[in-house]
Every structure is written in structure tokens, then in C-alpha cells.
Design a protein around this ligand. Structure first.
Ligand SMILES: *Cc1c(COP(=O)(O)O)cnc(C)c1O
Length: 380
């Protein structure tokens, strides 16, 4: 009939029909909406999506459809996009450092929640924003034992400065709140517990009752077959600790997941361009493209090998070195990856759980990185 099929059953069906030579991001909107509802129904507070993890319009639109009402942005460009795609949503501008023009742009877009971690940035907010109806959340961090700890820390006031800032925020007439961010791909509920206990101490030291506590992002994606993230356990620990640490003065909770929200709804499809002397695997995507963050956060083992006909290859695995397509020698995935022993040129590798910090950080270096997006009903 000449009709073009635009929604595929799963990646294997697309591969068998289209034999793509370029990298493909397979997107399952149903998976995204399920995860969004898991956060909205399970988290004991307000859920705000950290846009930077994956700012694709289909992601924002599906989150809004799933009922998500909050977005955490770091830039004016992200803010404009949210106002365009989800006009009624609440925007949290939690990048603690901003140019004056960026503060004014946020105010003009009716943004009412800001984070700070320094005296100088708070002074700018006091100068440029009306006090009433604006929440200012003091972002704190817990020091580590490293000798250069303070010099290396990009964001977050230490607890003593956080208490001082909280007093100044309240005195300026802003609604005082606290926030922290555990760091990305945090699998330990104890990290949230430790930070929530510290937040209660900071508020007590300041003598300020906080309106909200923003427990940040960091919710883990599923990166290794053997390690399943336990979102429910983390949510329960957050709720219990907040009650026990703050008691009757318990603040309302906010979280801002990036990775945990979008990782699972995308699978990256890559193609083997060459199997050099049956040893090195050269893919058509790599660390300058959708696999950008693997050298930082480590390899995933949720990888499937499909033949050009879309059939799984299941021969006994053999460890392989994987290179990306660019001419830069650092364009290599960390470690060695066990892949089906009968792997061949033209086969496809599916990397599951790759929706976060993938398309968002693709550089297109060396003429590669042109990734297509295909919609699927299911990813397997
Ligand atoms: C990036 C970021 C997030 C999201 O982090 P994930 O690890 O992707 O969940 C949340 N909060 C802040 C302040 C961030 O900068």
C-alpha cells in the first residue's frame, strides 16, 4: 500500500527491515511513561525532571503526558523549551551560578525557584528578584576527606556556610529551602540518608524552618545485568529519614531525577563497521557520540548482538575491545566486552538503558554521530 510504518514492534524488527548503517536511538514512549509514573506515585514529594539528562522534545512531551509537572533546568535555553512544550509546568532553576541576564530572563519567564551555594550569588538574587513568592534553596555538600576537597568541589556550600546562607535567605524574605545532589548513578540509599540528616542539622543550626528539601537527582539507571536499581528502597529511606530527622517541622520533599527517569526508555543500536583481523571491533558510534559517558561511569553489560536479519547471536561469548568510528585513539570503550564469539562485520549491537547523557552529549566530532531516532513499542 506504500504506507510507511513509523512505529516498530522492537529494535530487531527495524534492523531486519531497514539494515541501518547509521546509529539509531530506539525510543519506547511507554517505558518512559511507566518510569515517570513510578516516580510520581512512589516518591514521597514533588518530582521535577532534570532536563539536561535528555532534552529531546519527545521526552519532555511524554513526561508531560504522564503527568509530570516539574522540570529542573540549568540554562535559559532549557527554560524556553519547557515553557514552549509544557507551559503549565513548574520550573526550578537550580544551577547555583548564573549571569545577571540569566536571572532576569528566568524572572521574565515566571520562574520562582532558585538554588544558591555562595554569598555572591545570593547577593545577585537579592538585587534582581522580588522577595515575595520566590523560593531560594541553599545547596549544600558534605566535605570529603580528600586534601583538595574544597578546591575540587564545583557546587555546594559546606554545612557552616549553608547555615549562614539559609539565615540570609530567610532575612531577605525569600522562602528558605535546602537542596543537595548525591552525584549521578548513586546506588546507595545511605547517601540520601546521610545528606537528609545533615540538612536537619543545618536548619537547626540556622534556626530556620525550611519549606522544602530537594534531595536532588542521582537515582540510578540499570547499567549492569546483575545490579537492579532499587528505587522503592531509596524512596522509603528518604521518607523515613525526613520524618525522623525533622519530626513535626518536616519539609515537603522535592526530587530532580535525570538519569533515573530517562535511562531505560532508549536503546542504542550500533553497527559493526569492521572486525579488524577478527580482533578489534569498530562500531559506527563511540565515545564522541552516544557512548560519551562510558569512560566516566564505566561500561554497561546490557548489550545484545543481532545479525543483520535481526536475530540474536548466542554463541559463547569472547571478550572484545570496542572502538568508536573517529580517528582519535581515545575513542574506545573501557575494558573488554564479552560478545557472541561468532560476531561478524555488519552485525548490530544493542546497548540497553542508554537514554541518559547519550544523545545530549553527542559531539558529532570527525563527521560521525548522526543518530536517527526510531519509535518502538518495546525495547526487547
Ligand atoms: C544533573 C543534575 C541532576 C540530575 O542528575 P542525575 O544524576 O541525572 O539524576 C539533578 N540535580 C542537579 C542539581 C543536577 O545538576
Amino acid at each position: 500500500m506504500g504506507l510507511t510504518k513509523t512505529i516498530w514492534a522492537k529494535p530487531a524488527e527495524f534492523i531486519a527491515h531497514q539494515q541501518p548503517q547509521h546509529p539509531v536511538m530506539f525510543f519506547a514512549p511507554g517505558v518512559l511513561q511507566d518510569v515517570a509514573r513510578r516516580f510520581i506515585d512512589g516518591f514521597p514529594g514533588f518530582v521535577s525532571y532534570a532536563v539536561k539528562a535528555n532534552p529531546m522534545e519527545v521526552v519532555i512531551e511524554n513526561l508531560a503526558t504522564a503527568g509530570l509537572r516539574g522540570f529542573h533546568v540549568g540554562s535559559v535555553t532549557e527554560m524556553r523549551m519547557i515553557r514552549r512544550l509544557a507551559p503549565d509546568a513548574v520550573i526550578h532553576y537550580n544551577n547555583p551560578v548564573r549571569a545577571r541576564a540569566e536571572i532576569l530572563a528566568a524572572a521574565a519567564m515566571a520562574v520562582k525557584s532558585f538554588a544558591v551555594d555562595s554569598r555572591s550569588e545570593l547577593a545577585k538574587l537579592i538585587e534582581l528578584l522580588p522577595a515575595s513568592g520566590i523560593e531560594v534553596s541553599v545547596r549544600f555538600r558534605l566535605p570529603t576527606a580528600a586534601p583538595d576537597d574544597k578546591a575540587r568541589a564545583k557546587f555546594g556550600a559546606d554545612p557552616a556556610l549553608a547555615a549562614e546562607l539559609l539565615i540570609a535567605v530567610a532575612a531577605a524574605g525569600f522562602t528558605p529551602s535546602l537542596s543537595f545532589h548525591t552525584g549521578t548513578q548513586c546506588t546507595e540509599a545511605s547517601e540520601w540518608v546521610r545528606h537528609i540528616l545533615a540538612a536537619a542539622e543545618i536548619a537547626a543550626q540556622a534556626g530556620v524552618q525550611i519549606a522544602r528539601l530537594n534531595v536532588g537527582g542521582g537515582f540510578p539507571g540499570h547499567r549492569l545485568n546483575g545490579v537492579k536499581p532499587d528505587l522503592k528502597g531509596i524512596f522509603a529511606a528518604i521518607a523515613e529519614t525526613t520524618q525522623s530527622a525533622f519530626g513535626a517541622a518536616a519539609p515537603r520533599l522535592v526530587c530532580e531525577p535525570g538519569r533515573g527517569m530517562v535511562a531505560e526508555c532508549f536503546t542504542l543500536g550500533t553497527c559493526v563497521r569492521a572486525l579488524r583481523d577478527d580482533e578489534h571491533v569498530f562500531l559506527n558510534d563511540g565515545t564522541y557520540g552516544s557512548l560519551d559517558e562510558l569512560p566516566l561511569v564505566g561500561l554497561t553489560d546490557r548489550i545484545e548482538v543481532l545479525s543483520p536479519e535481526g536475530r540474536p547471536k548466542t554463541a559463547a561469548p569472547r571478550p572484545r575491545v570496542l572502538f568508536g568510528p573517529t580517528c582519535d585513539p581515545v575513542d574506545r570503550l573501557p575494558g573488554e566486552v564479552p560478545l557472541a564469539g561468532d560476531l561478524a562485520e555488519g552485525d548490530h549491537l544493542l546497548f540497553h538503558g542508554l537514554g541518559a547523557y547519550s544523545t545530549a552529549t553527542n559531539t558529532r566530532f570527525n563527521g560521525f554521530g548522526d543518530v536517527a531516532v526510531e519509535t518502538v513499542l518495546a525495547l526487547r
